[in-house]
Design a protein around this ligand. Structure first.
Ligand code: SF4
Ligand SMILES: [Zn+2]
Length: 472
């Protein structure tokens, strides 16, 4: 299931066959469509469509092309319209210096005024920025900093994510810019452009973005009737083309289309409040692996972990209220040979439930599956004995969070006693290598952590494999 987070179904292009367009979208698995207005009449039409079709939600606002039409009275009208129950955003608003249909000064003024409306109404914004990134970022940053309460009520107190404030539609920048706006609480949305060729002579910057930004922060959009994906380039675009975009992003991310759909749907829910909150799960699939979520308890409290926040990963809700028994986990696995591997991995430390790890692993191995244990490497401290020999024959591989090679920094990142747990984790890793378990050590990409040194340490001193994971 997908959401088209940006389409303009109120344009004349759809006048004659909108029912068919909607039907095709549903057949293609599109569950919701967000329809941002571009001025007063289209914002009103957008609301009419939202009233007519359950699956449509509306945005209201002045597109930068139409900024000249905006005055105090019409901006008041935008605010009034935003009270409609199916209006989920102020948008499409922003700056367009490519066409310059409205004077730049006026565009900036209207953009800024409309963000103020969004802040007042505690709504997110849908941003259009073309060849105006510097000014767009400047205005957005200013507003974010000046309004710390904007959308703050939507975030759980422990979440590592900033409050969701908006989306950069048809994302105009590179991954560096993406990370910047993600840190302010923005999503980036990718249209059919991402399916266009990426040649050295003509690089497609959206491909680079889709490769380097985690699926968690990407929304899907068609921008219908514009920006058709590759197979239909030049033709009228429509929401049923969303799967082509999802497919391309899945390829670039090394994930499945379902993963991209699920992750971006959760983004839409988080940002616009459209969709259903996912039920907690004990076994969740990503690409071709099945992950087991046997506990949400942990002896650490890492700064980059969302365990105490929403604990949602790529649209899978890991916030279980009751820990599952081995039997329940085994039932949830079904046929282990259907997956590349069965991985103990959740927002919690699995070795806290070492009996369950052993029972389930043993069953998986007997039934022809492969097992990986993702751990903080503190299992021997937690269980008051060296547990590595017990893993032999039960798990095929182990991934250990190294986080840092400096005990002090390690303790700070994991918010525990680094002098005690760092050496324990290193011993655990060495034991794993000694017992010939396929061992990988990982770090989270943080500016303050020296990746190169960590890699050398892991490969030379421990004899394990090294991998880095993005922060978000
Ligand atoms: S060790 Fe893992 S589960 Fe525990 S707090 Fe750190 S990241 Fe979260
Ligand atoms: Zn648009």
């Amino acid at each position: 299931m997908f959401v088209d987070s940006h389409a303009h179904l109120f344009f004349k292009d759809f006048e004659n066959d909108l029912d068919d367009v909607i039907k095709r979208a549903q057949d293609a698995g599109v569950e919701y469509i967000i329809n941002p207005g571009t001025d007063i009449p289209t914002s009103k039409k957008s609301i009419e469509l939202a009233e007519k079709y359950d699956m449509i939600y509306a945005g209201v606002g002045f597109h930068p092309h139409d900024a000249s039409k905006a005055d105090n009275k019409s901006l008041e009208e935008i605010e009034r319209l935003s009270h409609h129950p199916k209006v989920v955003a102020i948008g499409e608003i922003g700056l367009d210096y490519h066409y310059d249909f409205a004077p730049r000064e006026k565009q900036r003024e209207v953009f800024s005024q409309q963000i103020d409306i969004a802040v007042k109404r505690n709504l997110p914004i849908i941003i259009h920025s073309r060849e105006a990134e510097e000014d767009t970022l400047q205005i957005v940053e200013e507003k974010v900093k000046a309004n710390p309460e904007w959308r703050k009520n939507l975030v759980q107190p422990h979440s590592r994510y900033p409050s969701p404030k908006g989306v950069f539609h048809c994302f105009p920048g590179d991954s560096k810019m993406a990370w910047k706006v993600i840190n302010w609480g923005f999503y980036i949305s990718l249209p059919g452009f991402v399916t266009f060729p990426n040649k050295p002579t003509r690089p497609n910057s959206m491909v680079e973005v889709a490769q380097n930004v985690s699926a968690e922060h990407i929304l899907l959009e068609t921008d219908s009737p514009y920006l058709s994906p590759a197979p239909f380039r030049g033709k009228r675009n429509e929401p049923s083309n969303i799967p082509f975009i999802a497919q391309k992003i899945a390829e670039l991310q090394g994930l499945s289309v379902e993963d991209i759909g699920r992750a971006s749907n959760f983004g839409v829910l988080n940002l616009f409040g459209v969709g259903k909150y996912p039920e907690p799960t004990i076994a969740y699939k990503l690409k071709n692996s099945l992950y087991l979520n046997i506990t949400i308890r942990c002896n650490a409290d890492c700064v980059f972990c969302d365990r105490k926040g929403e604990a949602v990963i790529k649209g899978h809700n890991l916030k279980i209220e009751k820990e599952p028994t081995s039997k329940e986990v085994i039932q949830a696995i079904g046929d282990p040979t259907k997956y590349n591997e069965i991985v103990f991995c959740g927002f919690g430390e699995p070795t806290i439930r070492f009996d369950v790890v052993k029972e389930v692993s043993s069953w998986v191995k007997k039934n022809g599956g492969k097992v990986r244990l993702n751990t903080d490497g503190h299992g021997s401290v937690i269980n008051h004995r060296n547990i590595v020999p017990e893993l032999v024959g039960l798990v095929d591989s182990v991934s250990i969070s190294l986080n840092s090679i400096d005990p002090k920094q390690y303790g700070e990142l994991m918010r525990l006693d680094g002098q005690k747990y760092f050496p324990a984790m290193i011993d655990f890793a060495k034991e794993c290598v000694k017992h010939k378990l396929d061992t990988t050590m990982t770090i989270v990409e943080l500016d303050e952590v020296d990746e190169q040194k960590a890699r050398e340490f892991v490969e030379k001193e421990i004899g394990a494999k090294f991998r880095n994971r993005p922060f978000f």
